[in-house]
Design a protein around this ligand. Structure first.
Ligand code: ADP
Ligand code: MG
Length: 256
């Protein structure tokens, strides 16, 4: 199948990496083969799944610049059934290099073609920007998941985000779909969280995942051990909610 999903929001700290790691690992637990592409120079998906990102021999940068084949870059992670193409700060320089390459838009898409069919799903953890890296992520993707934090200004920046998706649809990837919006860091004790959920549901009409991710300390702790929340504390609310999201995501694929 090899469906490719970009996890995208130009805001930092909304839960792109947390969702990349724990949705991937949740699907892995359910028996799906998942490839996670770390497209953020911060490399948090890589370290969060046990990869010593500053000492990897090959990373996504080397694939995008054509130095090595993608097969050489794929690494096993601490999570069952989840492989990763890691990244680190070296990737930060690639935007300048890519800007000089003909057909730079399709570099990631072309690189993934040879490998994606080996996996059920391929997730792309995008960096917190609307720059070249996020754009090549959206061009390589079949659909987009947008994590949104339940806080004041939750919808701030959403129109810009949509503009970018629309531009990519119009110019390079007409079939790019909105997979869904993941509400993150929900705190049921606050009216604010409840209001934000209503507001986001109204705005994204029917495109918001029913599974909502609560604020849960286990989700913040697990990356420092290099393991997903499922391996860190399977009984936590964080693990339960991401497993629920994985199931909901799979049900949606069956309906299509
Ligand atoms: P992004 O990739 O969008 O920048 P992250 O996934 O790295 O965002 O999340 C930002 C920070 O918030 C991280 O330290 C992460 O561990 C923490 N975090 C994310 N989601 C939750 C949550 N639901 N509960 C508690 N902490 C969270
Ligand atoms: Mg991140």
């Amino acid at each position: 199948m090899g469906k490719t999903i970009a996890i995208f929001n130009q805001k930092g700290g909304v839960g792109k990496t947390t969702t990349s790691i724990n949705l991937s690992a949740g699907l892995g637990k359910l028996g799906k083969k998942v490839l996670l592409v770390d497209l953020d120079p911060q490399g948090n998906s890589s370290s969060g799944l046990g990869i010593d990102k500053d000492n990897v021999d090959v990373q996504i940068y080397d694939c995008l610049t054509g130095k090595v084949s993608i097969a050489e870059a794929v690494k096993a992670t601490s999570a069952e059934n989840v492989s990763i193409i890691p990244s680190n700060s070296e990737l930060a320089g690639v935007e300048i290099e890519l800007a000089r390459v003909d057909d730079w838009e399709n570099t990631l898409k072309n690189v993934l073609v040879s490998i994606k069919e080996e996996f059920d799903f391929c997730f792309i953890d995008c960096p917190p920007s609307l720059g070249i890296l996020s754009v090549i992520g959206l061009i390589a993707a079949d659909s987009v998941i947008i994590p949104i934090q339940c806080e004041y200004y939750a919808l701030e920046g959403v129109s810009q985000l949509f503009k970018t998706i629309e531009l990519v649809r119009k110019n390079q990837n007409p079939n790019l779909e909105l997979e869904g919006v993941v509400l993150n860091m929900f705190d049921g004790r606050t009216n604010l969280s409840i209001q934000v959920v209503e507001e986001v549901k109204k705005f994204f009409k029917g495109k918001v995942f029913t599974s909502i991710i609560p604020r849960n300390v286990r989700l913040a702790e697990s990356p420092s051990y290099g393991i997903s929340v499922h391996d860190y504390d399977a009984k936590s609310k964080g693990a339960e909610s991401y497993l629920e999201l994985a199931n909901e995501f799979l049900d949606m694929q069956d309906e299509r």
